[in-house]
Ligand binder design. Structure first.
Ligand code: GTP
Ligand code: SPV
Ligand code: MN
Length: 590
């Protein structure tokens, strides 16, 4: 394999800093995969699961303080604080390099440094980016093997691309007081120390494909978004693609793989991606998207043959299970798996576990890692170098109250405003408190690699460059009744909302105008086969102007963070929304 001089020199320099016992370049072969699993059984990083029931599957348990992203230890290191903006943690690059160099200094003594060349995006795609990750964790290596295209294929791609993102990672001591995830967008570099957890340690994922890529996207007029991509084939055989941004643990993997309900015969849903989308304007003036990843790193609790059969089938083999119950018979179990728990096993902490103990056996953010190609409904276009054309963009989050099941925004700018102001109740995917409402613009709050106000401007600018933009919708699968039960069945039944949106894209239904946007008329939603009690549909489709006026106050408070950097367009959108709500006026048809 021809090696890139710049890559070789950089690896040498980082090895001199970290002082590993040896440096091993990964080639990405199956032989290497097996060899590393054998080795990892000895280092204790993996345990082998029952190879008859779960062929090629392994179990990993993280350090107890290292089971979710640590947003407060994640930094954007730009020359000025303004470039990182009010929603990111900032450190000056010099200070960050100094602090982290001290941590990395000698940190791999007695360990091996693995060199993982990887590609985000299909090989040969004009979208794709190369990275090289250095790590002392076999868990990271085996995850990156599935989540990216790694090894020799990436060195080959490097010959075309010429440049790569430098990704330096060490588990360190897995000490939360010595943990930093630092991004240097101007240097195209990521340094991550002290965590082995997914989004902190698999640097191709959130660090490169969102934080660094969002920075590149702004410079190069494309977009890196926290979005799933799916294809919907209707009974007539037409396939349309939808991209959807929901915050962490708010249903992207589930929507991306949904199985149509029996009462919607002829529909098929195909998965293109479940977490990240890179979007560009195509020669035809539409927005085209690729999934830069090659695998899924999905939430386990709540995942069952009932809620997400395709995910369950995807993880039947060659899968890594992290932080779930390991039963005595070397199988795995988690809450909401839809099968009886094992009588006895060990929990995510490594303690003895029985169902009678009454404590959760799996961590709420426990995850599976599996190759995307194993998903039974993977789209035949998921590796198309040009991506797929996007007809509709969805924004949505967890809102127990207020936000209706679905509404259509007026146009790109209004859609951008709605995406930028979406709120969601927090989940276990990050270490902070769960269930607290926070504004999470475009589901990118933890993932935008530069000033969020500039990101808003970028969205508005992109709108001007897309001659045939997708329609933008807002959805909420999580509205609750007074007793705290979900009003909407969700999962496969979400296709009913998608169908309405795609019909709107083809102008086949009209909906009804409200101050916040266009809602479905109850009779336009396909509810056949659903037995929703009483006034559920009404509750799902209601717009309460007084409650929305309070929401606008929350939005305006959030806007204050950005001062004069906030696009004037957003202030105007907020004013117009208030005016419409007060007048209960209808939105003019665009
Ligand atoms: P990240 O991987 O963190 O980005 O999460 P995600 O957005 O892919 O979320 P995922 O699909 O893994 O869902 C997270 C949790 O939400 C799981 O426990 C699901 O069972 C649950 N969930 C997903 N879709 C629905 C839905 O339509 N209704 C309800 N009630 N729960 C859902
Ligand atoms: C998320 O938290 O949004 C994830 C998992 O998809 S992580 O890779 O940890 O970011
Ligand atoms: Mn995610």
């Amino acid at each position: 394999m021809v090696q890139n001089d710049k890559a070789a020199a950089w690896v040498e320099e980082m090895a001199a800093l970290c002082q590993p016992d040896q440096v091993v370049w990964c080639d990405g072969s199956d032989e290497e995969k097996e060899r590393f699993y054998e080795l990892s059984l000895k280092t204790g990083e993996f345990q082998r699961l029952d190879q008859e029931k779960l062929p090629g599957c392994y179990y990993h348990r993280s350090a107890q303080n290292d089971v979710a992203r640590t947003e407060h230890l994640t930094f954007i290191c730009t020359p000025t604080e303004r470039e990182a903006g009010p929603t990111n943690n900032w450190m000056a690059p010099d200070a960050a390099y100094e602090k982290l160099r001290a941590l990395f200094n000698g940190c791999m003594k007695g360990r091996t440094m693995y060199v993982i060349p990887f590609i985000m995006g299909p090989p040969g795609s004009p979208f794709c980016e190369v990275g090289i990750q250095l790590t002392d964790s076999l868990y990271v290596v085996q995850n990156m093997r599935m989540m990216t295209r790694m090894g020799n294929v990436a060195l080959e791609q490097l010959r075309t691309n010429g440049k790569f993102t430098e990704c330096l990672h060490s588990n360190g001591e897995l000490d939360i007081d010595r943990r930093y995830i630092c991004h240097f967008p101007q240097d195209n570099r990521i340094w991550s120390f002290g965590s082995g957890y997914g989004g902190n340690a698999l640097l191709g994922k959130k660090c490169l494909s969102l934080r660094i890529a969002s920075y590149l996207g702004r410079k190069e007029q494309w977009m890196a978004e926290h979005m799933l991509i799916l294809g919907v084939e209707d009974p007539q055989g037409n396939t349309s693609y939808i991209a959807a941004a929901f915050p962490s643990a708010c249903g992207k993997t589930n929507l991306a793989m949904l199985i149509p309900p029996d009462s919607m015969p002829g529909y098929k849903v195909y998965t293109v991606g479940d977490d990240i989308a890179w979007l560009r304007v195509g020669p035809d003036g539409r927005l085209w998207a690729i999934n830069p990843e090659a695998g899924f790193f999905g939430v386990l609790p709540g995942t069952s043959m009932k809620t997400n059969p395709n995910a369950m089938l995807t993880m039947k083999k060659n899968t890594i299970f992290t932080n779930v119950v390991k039963a005595d018979d070397n199988t795995v179990w988690w809450e909401g798996m839809g099968v009886d728990p094992p009588a006895h096993g060990t929990d995510w902490k490594g303690d003895e576990w029985t169902p009678e103990r009454g404590e959760k056996g799996a961590h709420p953010n426990s995850r599976f890692t599996a190759p995307a190609a194993q998903c039974p409904v993977m789209s035949s276009h998921w590796e198309d170098p040009q991506g797929v054309p996007i007809s509709a963009i969805f924004f949505g989050g967890r809102r127990s109250h207020l936000t209706p099941l679905i509404y259509e925004t007026l146009d790109w700018n209004h859609g951008t405003f709605v995406g930028a102001t979406m709120g969601s109740e927090t989940t276990a995917a990050a270490t902070s408190a769960s269930g607290v409402l926070r504004r999470d613009p475009m589901a990118m709050l933890p993932f935008c690699g530069y000033n969020m106000a500039d990101y808003f401007h970028h969205w508005l600018e992109m709108g001007k460059r897309i001659p045939h933009p997708p329609k933008i919708f807002n959805v909420n699968w999580f509205k609750k009744d007074d007793e705290g039960n979900y009003l909407w069945p969700g999962f496969g039944d979400n296709l009913r909302a998608l169908e309405w949106a795609l019909k709107r894209c083809r102008d086949e239904v009209e909906g009804t105008e409200t101050p916040i946007g266009r809602l479905p008329r109850a009779q336009e939603l396909n509810l056949s086969g659903l037995d929703l009690p009483g006034d559920t549909v009404e509750q799902l489709l209601t717009v309460d102007p007084d409650a929305w006026l309070e929401e606008v106050e929350g939005i305006e408070e959030f806007f204050q963070k950005f001062g004069d950097d906030l696009p004037q367009e957003f202030r105007d959108q907020a004013e117009n929304l208030k005016r419409r709500l007060k007048a209960q006026e209808k939105i003019p048809v665009s």
